[in-house]
Write a protein that binds this ligand. Sequence first.
Ligand SMILES: Nc1ncnc2c1ncn2[C@@H]1O[C@H](COP(=O)(O)OP(=O)(O)OP(=O)(O)O)[C@@H](O)[C@H]1O
Ligand SMILES: [Mg+2]
Length: 438
Amino acid sequence: MLGKVLLIEDEQKLRRVLQLVLEEAGFQTKSAREGGEGITLWRSWAPDVVITDLRMQPVDGMEVLRFGTEYFPGTPCIILTAFGTVATAVDAMKLGAYDFLTKPVDHSQLIEVVQQAVVEKGKASQHRYEMVGTSPQMEEVRAEIKLLASTDSAVLIQGESGTGKELAARAIHAASSRRSGPFVRINCASIPRELLESELFGHRKGSFTGATENREGVFAAANGGVLFLDEIGDLPMELQPKLLHAVEEKEITPVGGREPKAISVKILSATNQNLEEMVRQGRFRTDLFYRLNTMVLRMPPLRERRGDVGLLARHFAAIFANELGYEPPEISDQALKMLEEYHWPGNVRELRNVMERAVLLSNGREMGDSHLPESMRFEKRVQEKAGDSSLDLIAKEQEMLLSALEQCNWNQTKAAKKLNITRSALRYRLQKYGIKRG
Ligand SMILES: Nc1ncnc2c1ncn2[C@@H]1O[C@H](COP(=O)(O)OP(=O)(O)OP(=O)(O)O)[C@@H](O)[C@H]1O
Ligand SMILES: [Mg+2]
């Protein structure tokens, strides 16, 4: 099987035809009639590639894309555009859509784009969930992950921002007996309060305005697998009793439903807030806290394991260089020293961002301390300084990208060919520089 493709399209005939074309080409497919159904399938089926129409009711393609960039950033999402939605398609590209296809869809182009996207997905996930680090602290984390994965108890993952809490959650799933079941993540901080209950537990048709269909929540989607409640400190007080019930009784009742449904999920939750303190202040329920807190994994801040900095820096440098089509760059001794001495308030995520920038600035040559953010040199607030010597180079590159895109009428596949870089390298640069049509 070449890969799993999810097709979201409200027009029945087109949906059938495209599905057939994809299946004949060897892809495994599933389809949905609108965005809400599509999102549910995306969560439970974890496709390699998603193709979505834009104009759909009640949930449109932009909503699907927004969901994807939040929860499945490594899964390419291709947009179908009809005459009249081109402007929206451009917005979609800006939001991180992989590519777009105009209707009527050219079947061979469809196959070509989907094939490319599947390759892309493979590359993206190769390094994505690798946990790098050989410090004693990381060895301990690895050992704890094994232990925590061997039981069905809930685990609370604590740690500062950017320490790898989500990565650890995925590692627990991968090490558990539920590894072939779904891993479903929900970010309690990014979902509007009034939608969160339905997102968690699902809803019955007609239970509130806008509930035009029955819908599954994340508990149901995670059945047989792992549910990761991210930013649990942001779960509103009024939903906490219902979550407690779900965790204790292993059953859920959708909004507007009467019959509880049994579910089997391992619950992981994460926060960078101090839950104990929140409990003391009456902002988090004690009973729920003790439920989620049965087992705790603490992700150590990067400054407490500086021995891992060099390894992580090389790891990220290799990933970003690869995206740009370069060999992994050498890192100068001086730059390495600076990286190791820095205090990393944003932890591994900050290091990742610093390396992304440095790879771009060093442009395939040795990475030196001049490619690191100015702020690191003074150990002051993280504040990037304009006026870098590489600025001219960047301007030149932007000019080249723009001219190629204009010559190809903003078709990214063609422009990439013209520039003799990969499609992902082009997309990466456009995102980087915020280049968009118009
Ligand atoms: N040990 C590690 N090896 C490789 N990559 C890592 C490691 N730890 C974290 N990362 C990467 O750093 C980034 C941040 O990690 P992650 O999202 O898991 O952190 P987090 O603790 O959930 O952060 P936040 O509190 O901001 O949500 C991700 O890109 C992740 O892949
Ligand atoms: Mg996180």
